[in-house]
Structures are given as structure tokens and as C-alpha cells.
Design a protein around this ligand. Structure first.
Ligand SMILES: CSC[C@H]1O[C@H](OP(=O)(O)O)[C@H](O)[C@@H]1O
Length: 344
């Protein structure tokens, strides 16, 4: 993938990010040179997606080390900056894990920290490719439709959310490349519209047939048999296969269970949190009112104050996950193949 379409890349002196808040209207990059600017970019989803914020977090440690040198920080100040970066968004396990990996290299010097971040990117690139192939193989065999497939997806799990071609969207790209994709139903994914703004943009760039739908249509699309399977990404997967992903995912999984349709999660093993037994322990990021009650949309007349419930993620029980596609293989979680039994 060329530099200008990589969500996260290192220029040699700065962390270069596609500003995803500007897409699809404007493709612009942010050159980030300090930790607080990166934290702000992560919090406002200028950079987003579990693997992408993991990679950005790792490079963010390199920025912190360089800032500490330039601004004569104490070791405590450096540790505090790394801790704030690690906590920028709580649900995606990749951020904490990748920041920890990079921070562990600090004693070896700035080049070692950068090397670790580069390794994280290369691992994700390879994982994306492996998941794309494994996921497409599994879907074609399982659905056995004898025709190109119709797939539903939620949020954005593509090049904008990873270091490579994506997780769930990587599988979709692979199906398309094999001539085995009829169409993709893309949930708009309120309130920040990662589906209609980002997934639709990625698919349109490559001429991949798709149709955007409101999130509320997802259940009837599934139960009505308009698709053959649903495939989504993940932000954190616990030992028993419970999966935190963008709000709305649970509803799709329930609809798939009712319809007897495969519900597939595609995620690299870097998204596994095997230290956590079940999804009940996953901290769900709660986001602001303004994202939901968007005055520009005319949602709420001036002067009327409503409270807002804006969880950024929900948790799908492993029992509803037909298949978990990773770079290390496909687990049929609903059939009892649990991540904690297969990997450490
Ligand atoms: C492969 S990205 C995984 C995950 O991240 C997205 O969340 P956000 O847009 O808030 O960063 C969404 O849950 C994707 O499925």
C-alpha cells in the first residue's frame, strides 16, 4: 500500500497520519511530532481502528523519547507521557499492548523503540494478508453458495484501521479479488459514520460493489436473507471468545444467530486479551453527547437538553461467534473452539 494511503506511517522525523475525521471529502495527512498531539488525534478518531492505534501508539513512544531529549524531561515525566498515551482509548487492547512493547525498548535507546514500532507494523501487514486468505477460504467453504457472496459489514476495518489491507475488509477484498463477491452491505455506523464515510470510501476507491445502509436496517438485511454472512472486526477478544467491537455489532450477531447465518469476526491475535476471562470485564469507552445529539443534523432543537448514552463499543458473546479468523487460523468459537484453549 502506497504511503499516501497508509493510515499510519513514520517519515523519519514524524508520525504521519491520515486525518480520518476529514474523509471522505478531504484526504489530508497530519504530521505528528509530540505525544499530546497524538493523544488528541487518537481521542478524536483522526487515527482509529484497533491495529492502527496500536501502531500509532508504538510510534508515539518514540515521539515521547525524542521530546524527553529535546525538552529535558525527567524519567518520571517520560513515564507519565507514555501512560497517558497508553490510556488514550481504553477498549482496544492493541493500544496498551503496542505502547508496552515499544516502552520496554526505551532503555536500549530511540532506535530500538522505532525498530519495535516497525516490527509491529510488519506483523500487522502479514497478519492482514493471512486473515484475508483464511477468512475467504472459510466463508467460501462454509456458505457454499455456488455463486459470489453477499456480505454485511459494520464500521471500518480496512486499510484505515490497520497497517495493511484490513481485517474484515481484508477478507472482503480477497473475496472480490477472487471474483467471489457480489456485494457488500455497509452499515453507516452511527454516530461517527465509519461505515458510510470510511468503508464506503475504501470500497469505492477499488470499485468493489457495495451499498450503504442505516444501522437499523442490518437486522432485516440479515433475517431477510439479503446477505450470506456478516463479517466484522474487533477491538478486544477475551479468552472465551467474547468480542468487543463497534456498537451495533451485538445486534448483527443476534440477527445472524436467529437467521442461522455465519457471524464472523476477523482480528489479528494482537487483539486477543487472553488475560481476561470474559467480556464482562472489558471496559467500554463512553463517548460525548455531541457525537449523538448533532445540532447540524437538527436532532435536537436549541434549548432542549437531553441526556445521551454513547457507548463506543458493545460485547458479543463468544457463543454467537461462528468463526474467529486470525492469522494463526480460524476458530469456530460458537462450537467451543475458544481462543484461551488454543493460544497463550
Ligand atoms: C480492525 S479495526 C477494529 C475496530 O475498531 C473500530 O473502532 P473505532 O472506529 O472506534 O476505532 C471498530 O470497532 C472496528 O471494528
Amino acid at each position: 500500500m502506497s504511503h499516501e494511503l497508509r493510515a499510519v506511517s513514520w517519515t523519519g522525523t514524524a508520525l504521519s497520519l491520515i486525518d480520518q475525521t476529514a474523509l471522505p471529502r478531504t484526504l489530508r495527512r497530519l504530521d505528528v511530532r509530540d505525544v499530546d498531539t497524538l493523544i488528541d488525534a487518537i481521542v478524536r478518531l483522526a487515527v482509529r481502528g484497533a491495529p492502527a492505534i496500536g501502531a500509532a501508539g508504538a510510534y508515539g513512544v518514540a515521539l515521547a523519547v525524542d521530546q524527553a531529549r529535546r525538552e529535558n524531561w525527567t524519567e518520571r515525566a517520560l513515564a507519565d507521557a507514555v501512560a497517558r498515551l497508553r490510556a488514550a482509548r481504553p477498549t482496544a487492547v492493541n493500544l496498551a499492548v503496542c505502547v508496552d512493547r515499544a516502552a520496554a525498548r526505551i532503555p536500549e535507546g530511540p532506535d530500538a523503540v522505532l525498530a519495535e514500532a516497525g516490527t509491529i507494523v510488519r506483523e500487522d501487514l502479514a497478519a492482514n494478508r493471512a486473515m484475508a486468505a483464511a477468512g475467504a477460504d472459510w466463508l467460501v467453504e462454509r456458505v457454499d453458495a455456488g455463486r459470489p457472496l453477499r456480505i454485511l459489514t459494520h464500521c471500518n476495518t480496512g486499510a484505515l484501521a490497520t497497517a495493511g489491507i484490513g481485517t474484515a475488509l481484508g477478507v472482503i477484498r480477497e473475496l472480490h479479488g477472487r471474483g467471489l463477491l457480489e456485494t457488500v452491505y455497509v452499515d453507516e455506523t452511527r454516530p461517527l459514520l465509519q461505515g458510510s464515510r470510511l468503508t464506503a470510501w475504501e470500497l469505492a476507491q477499488e470499485g468493489i460493489p457495495h451499498q450503504v445502509q442505516v444501522d437499523a436496517a442490518a437486522a432485516s438485511t440479515v433475517v431477510g436473507g439479503l446477505v450470506d454472512a456478516a463479517i466484522v472486526g474487533a477491538d478486544r477478544i477475551t479468552r472465551n471468545g467474547d468480542t468487543a467491537n463497534k456498537t451495533g455489532t451485538l445486534g448483527i450477531a443476534l440477527a445472524c444467530a436467529h437467521a442461522g447465518m455465519p457471524f464472523v469476526v476477523a482480528a489479528p491475535t494482537s487483539t486477543l486479551d487472553l488475560a481476561t476471562a470474559t467480556g464482562a470485564s472489558i471496559r467500554i469507552e463512553q463517548r460525548g453527547e455531541d457525537e449523538v445529539l448533532n445540532p447540524a443534523a437538527g436532532a435536537v432543537p436549541d434549548g432542549i437538553r437531553s441526556r445521551v448514552h454513547n457507548p463506543a463499543f458493545d460485547v458479543t458473546p463468544g457463543a454467537l461467534v461462528t468463526a474467529l479468523v486470525t492469522e494463526r487460523g480460524v476458530l469456530e468459537v460458537a462450537s467451543g473452539e475458544l481462543p484461551g484453549d488454543h493460544w497463550t
